[in-house]
Write a protein that binds this ligand. Structure first.
Ligand SMILES: Nc1ncnc2c1ncn2[C@@H]1O[C@H](COP(=O)(O)OP(=O)(O)O)[C@@H](O)[C@H]1O
Ligand SMILES: [Mg+2]
Length: 359
């Protein structure tokens, strides 16, 4: 079932926290609301669940407006960051709870519980109590409890944030598989861009209650609509440099870097910020037209890569990602080359991508 949010606004008292949110989540897709803490993700999810009033706008499930529909009548399931299981009940009882309170016949409850336990690979834990489970197992029970009812829409609010780093990575893959098994439209909330990138069909990047961009992980990564999205998506973060456009080139201090052909139409003299990811920079042996001179100010080993911070003119710093075996050392004089085709250009005033506006 698709979920449509039409010009959704929300204020707490006089404080607006969501502004004109217009989004369509296609049926059965895994959609993520991504943004920093306080941007309004939880509030929006709670509005979809019916737990929060809508100040203005409409929410549709399929063709049906659900604004005034009670949560229990929405056929949704929700998993929160802190998942409360009933400690005195076995896993089996916890999983079946939602069905039992709806007076589902016992045989149906049993088969639903066993189906979900198999999917989640917790069937061997059914007779244990929550206190006898690890954090990851408890989280799976919480997911299972939401899944037994075959919801049309599955809502998850940062369900992995209480797990340790390794388990989080495993659970990302599992949640993705559950989604495929469940066949429900999933709306997932996280502040973790990597989680969003790895799990989602579509990502809505939010900031200060406003949707900044809605697209596939590839789109938000490779065609960021504005400075916020460019800086929020990708790790290590994108480098930004301020300068001016001057006859098809980007002028910064005494250097003038070539820009992608698309940028030729940009008004001369426009104040811009260019963005380039550390992965799209490299070291060259001599000064060239695409290179900036600088001095290595920090070397950080990331594992299979190294992140090299280079101080360039005007005390600006840029990060360059290279292979871990690259022989680059602190204090070394270097030339950093730009992969012109991967440079992003933003209007300094509006912060919007100049390139995307011209495509
Ligand atoms: N019940 C509430 N009363 C007043 N302000 C709230 C309430 N719930 C959330 N807020 C405010 O709304 C904004 C968005 O909060 P929230 O949706 O929880 O953000 P996120 O989930 O993205 O961290 C925050 O500024 C928060 O302080
Ligand atoms: Mg939240």
């Amino acid at each position: 079932m698709d979920v449509r949010l039409q010009r959704i606004n929300k204020s707490f008292g006089a404080v607006p926290v969501l502004k004109d949110v217009d989004l369509v989540f296609p049926s059965r897709k895994f959609v993520t609301l991504l943004g920093p803490s306080g941007c309004g993700k939880t509030t929006l999810l709670r509005m979809i669940a019916g737990l929060e009033d809508i100040s203005a706008g409409s929410i549709y499930f399929g063709d049906r407006e659900v604004n005034r529909l009670a949560p229990r009548d929405r056929n949704i399931a929700m998993v929160f960051q802190s998942y409360a299981l009933y400690p005195q009940m076995t896993v089996r009882k916890n999983l079946g709870y939602g069905l039992r309170v709806r007076k589902t016949p016992a045989t149906e409850v049993d088969s639903a519980v066993e189906r979900v336990a198999r999917i989640l690979e917790i069937d061997h834990l059914l007779d244990r109590k929550p206190g006898q489970l690890s954090g990851g197992q408890r989280q799976r029970v919480a997911l299972g409890r939401a899944m037994v009812r075959k919801p049309d829409i599955f809502l998850m609010d940062e369900p992995l944030s209480n797990l340790d780093a390794k388990l989080r990575v495993t659970m990302r893959g599992e949640l993705r598989r559950f989604h495929l098994d469940l066949n429900a439209t999933t709306v997932y909330v996280t502040h973790d861009q990597l989680e969003a990138m790895t799990m989602s069909d579509l990502i809505a990047v939010m900031h200060k209650g406003v949707v900044q961009q809605f697209g596939t992980p590839e789109e938000v990564y490779s065609k960021p609509a504005n400075l916020f999205v460019a800086g929020f998506i990708g790790s290590p973060p994108m480098n930004f440099l301020e300068g001016k456009i001057d006859s098809g080139r980007f002028r910064i201090s005494e250097a003038a870097l070539p820009l992608p052909p698309l940028t030729r139409g940009i008004a001369p003299g426009l104040d811009v910020v260019i963005g380039v990811r550390p992965q799209n920079l490299s070291f060259v042996t001599s000064a060239g037209p695409n290179a900036l001179a600088g001095i290595v100010s920090l070397v950080e080993l990331l594992g299979s890569e190294k992140l090299i911070e280079v101080q360039i003119a005007d005390r600006k710093r840029i990060s360059v990602q290279v292979r871990a075996d690259s022989q680059i050392h602190l204090g070394q004089n270097v030339h950093v080359e730009f992969d012109t085709s991967s440079v992003h250009v933003f209007d300094k005033l509006t912060e919007q991508s100049v390139l995307e506006a011209m495509r």
